[in-house]
Design a protein around this ligand. Structure first.
Ligand code: GLN
Length: 492
């Protein structure tokens, strides 16, 4: 019998449609994998076997009735625990929301489940998505299935780890400054941030509303396109979701890259602190594109070097405003012995928020304060405009841009947790895309010391299709085996 946990979403749906196996069997295989690996990996804050079983039964009833199956029928899915799903808690991995029950469904989650996916559970994250390692979770870190002593990246570390480990076939994460792509790189998964506005943010707890975007983790580029098909498109509940037509992102995936103009972002490759093996892997990937018929050349995005600084002003500014609602009254943990309302606010928040959340709220409040607004927030917005312009100029000559996803492979748990600046540097290549609203996908492009290396492909606004076509061509060419050590040991 085939190992159902290793199949792609497309294979699962087709196998169920052909009655090779049932959705129930797929769910059972996913939870068997959870039983074997979750005690070590700890990707989930909550498991949802009853919801998965209900969803699987619906699919199996459709098969029995001879109905046409939806595109993600029977596909086990992890959901980042900052997205609401009725019947689950939405904790954001924070003590302040530890008991919060979802009151409604996040649109992207609803669409994923309507497309037939089986919800396996809610995935661990850095508290409120602040972080790059999942160590900022109030419920403990998630571990990287490639090496359990290392981080899976973050903030969507649980979503990345569950897909890498085969506990889910696909998952949803959110990406404000790299939180899908960076953990994707560190766990050897395909991890996409769509164009800002492509996917509704409704029901995903806001971090920085002008930067946040939901997207998929998968084990293949085709699956990434399939999930995007399911979740993309206008939603009346999110005014920033756009009416732009949604193409079938799987169409043309196999058309290759002949004549495609691919730009290597050279000034990013020269950045100090980039591991030499990662630079070499990215250059090797670029050479493969050339061999496959693309026109490959160097391009610079000079303003991107201001990205990290601008992001650590704009991100915390928006976060400090978004997190004001967690005050013990409207939402969240409340002390029960407050002497007055101010005491209630202050102590509920001090007890509920972890150190990184407190740091972001303080940074954000500071840069928005009357005396500093222009010097910090105003300047950061100007830098953001320059970044948007540099990318627009590059896309006059190129169809897809390439950078590393991260400066390093997965680091050890604890290695950077006391040094916020070192941690922030993890996202130096991913953040400029959020500032510019551009789509990006991280895909495995090789290994360094046995750990996955990620390549970031960047597309034009709303041209995820071309970006994914390039990714699919490279994926087929490299044909890497992305089975992590924990999964190999299960099979041995
Ligand atoms: N790691 C970045 C941060 O800490 C990005 C987080 C994210 O994309 N949610 O802000």
């Amino acid at each position: 019998m085939t190992d159902l946990s290793s199949l792609t979403a497309a294979d699962i749906r087709d196998g169920i449609a052909a009655k090779e196996f049932s959705a129930r069997e797929v769910a059972d295989a996913a939870f068997a994998r959870v039983e074997a690996l979750e005690p070590q990996v700890r990707a989930f804050n909550q498991l949802t076997p009853e919801l998965a079983e209900k969803a699987a039964n619906r699919i199996d009833a459709m098969v029995a009735a001879g109905e046409k199956l939806p595109p993600l029928a029977g596909v086990p899915a992890g959901i980042k625990d900052n997205m609401n799903l009725v019947g689950t808690r939405t904790t954001c991995s924070s003590r302040i929301l530890a008991d919060y029950q979802s009151a409604y469904d996040c649109t992207a989650v609803r669409r994923l489940l309507d497309a037939g996916a089986l919800p396996v559970g809610k995935c661990n994250l850095d508290e409120f998505a602040f972080g790059s390692s999942t160590e900022n979770s109030a419920f403990g870190p998630t571990r990287n299935p490639w090496d359990l002593e290392r981080v899976p990246g973050g903030s969507s570390g649980g979503s990345a780890a569950c897909v890498a480990a085969g506990m889910a076939t696909v998952s949803l994460g959110s990406d404000t400054g790299g939180s899908i792509r960076q953990p994707g790189a560190l766990t050897g998964t395909v991890a996409m941030k769509p164009t800002y506005g492509r996917v509704s943010r409704y029901g995903c707890v806001a971090f920085a509303s002008s930067l946040d975007q939901i997207g998929p983790f998968t084990r293949s580029v085709r699956d990434s396109a399939l999930v995007l098909n399911a979740i993309a498109g206008k939603d009346d509940m999110d005014a920033t979701s756009v009416t732009q037509s949604v193409p079938d992102f799987t169409a043309g995936l196999d058309d290759g890259v002949k004549g495609l103009r691919v730009g290597i972002v050279r000034d990013m490759l020269e950045l100090e602190g980039l591991a030499p093996e990662i630079k070499a892997s990215v250059e090797a990937a670029a050479a493969r594109f050339a061999a496959l018929g693309a026109e490959v050349d160097d391009v610079d995005i000079p303003a991107a070097r201001h990205g990290l600084s601008a992001y650590y002003i704009i991100g915390p500014a928006e976060a400090s405003s978004n997190l004001a609602r967690f005050d013990g009254i409207r939402y969240g943990h409340r002390v029960d012995d407050a002497s007055d309302v101010l005491d209630l606010y202050m102590r509920s928040r001090a007890e509920g928020f972890g150190p990184e959340s407190i740091r972001r709220i303080m940074l954000g409040t500071y840069v928005l304060s009357a005396g500093y607004y222009d010097a910090y927030y105003g300047q950061a917005q100007k830098a953001r405009t320059l970044i948007i312009e540099d990318f627009a100029k590059a896309f006059e000559s190129y169809d897809v841009l390439l950078t590393p996803t991260t400066p390093e492979v997965a680091f050890k748990i604890g290695e950077k947790s006391t040094d916020p600046l070192a941690m922030y540097l993890s996202d130096v290549f991913t953040i400029p895309l959020n500032l510019a609203g551009l789509p990006g996908v991280s895909m495995p492009c090789g290994f360094s010391r046995g750990l996955p290396v990620g390549l970031q492909l960047i597309g034009r606004h709303f041209d995820e299709a071309t970006m994914l076509r390039a990714a699919a061509a490279l994926e087929a060419d490299l044909a890497l085996d992305m089975t992590p050590a924990t999964v190999r040991s299960l099979k041995a």
